[in-house]
Design a protein around this ligand. Structure first.
Ligand code: MMA
Ligand code: CA
Length: 245
């Protein structure tokens, strides 16, 4: 309070010294005005600016932090949802659903029905899995696959051949979706072209014009194709495209 008065007095004296023309009455309100503006202990303009700047910075950090937390929780939620969906789908589809991101950044599930084995973009079913008395003629085998929205397996690469033979029983023989339309004109059941360079015939096969259907069998420690009569009963492998959810 003492310094307050002192400051007011000095200011007042300065004013009257410099001008000397001020009367007592206008000086009084002016003193009051100065007193309010420059009250010692009250914040100065640079100080207020600094505080405002700090406040703005603090708010900015707070907002950034909240956004960060929101993003983090969204990622965690998505992860836990993904886990749940994987579980849900595995109940219905025997765990053969794979979540993938397509080119358009659209998340999709690719699935195979229960008992079917996934490989690449297809699902495969071995006849022995679903039936005890599963050997059939070639045409019957194809019709059986067809009833399930599938067809006898079509093989176009070494990888596919290796995957399929990897899930077969070496003591059995399996019809594949290849047949001779006559005169050794080979045709795949899905109408894809027969490519000589991607065939897996056993040595010496195909060997008989009267054998117009093809099996996969294990001969001399090796899997390969053999032409046999279509009227023989064999196991079979069905193939279908994966289901996309
Ligand atoms: C069987 C039959 C044929 C096959 C020969 C190979 C005897 O016939 O499976 O299709 O080509 O064996 O020796
Ligand atoms: Ca043969």
């Amino acid at each position: 309070m003492a310094s307050e008065i002192t400051y007011a007095e000095v200011k007042f004296k300065n004013e009257s010294n410099s001008s000397g023309t001020y009367s007592e009455s206008p000086a009084a309100p002016r003193e009051k005005h100065i007193h309010r503006l420059s009250k010692p202990g009250s914040p100065s303009l640079p100080f207020i600016s600094l505080m405002v700047l700090l406040l703005v910075l603090a708010i900015t950090f707070l907002v950034a932090f909240i956004i960060y937390l929101q993003l983090l929780s969204r990622i965690l939620q998505e992860k836990s949802e993904q886990g749940m969906t994987e579980k849900e789908l595995s109940g219905n589809f025997d765990g053969d659903c794979i979540k993938s991101v397509l080119i358009m950044a659209k998340k999709v599930w690719s699935c195979c029905p229960e008992d079917w084995k996934p490989f690449g973009s297809h699902c495969y079913l071995i006849s022995t899995v679903t039936s005890n008395n599963s050997s059939s003629y070639w045409m019957e085998s194809e019709e059986n696959c067809s009833r399930m929205g599938a067809h006898l397996v079509v093989i176009h690469s070494q990888e596919e051949e290796d995957f399929i033979t990897g899930i077969l029983n070496t003591r059995l023989a399996y019809f594949i979706g290849l047949w001779d339309t006559g005169g050794r004109q080979w045709r795949w059941v899905d109408q894809t072209p027969y490519n000589e360079s991607a065939t897996f015939w056993h040595r010496g096969e195909p060997n008989n014009d009267n054998e117009q259907c093809v099996i996969l069998n294990h001969r001399w420690h090796e899997w390969g194709w053999n032409d046999i009569p279509c009227s023989h009963k064999q196991e079979s492998v069905c193939q279908m495209k994966k289901i996309y959810l």
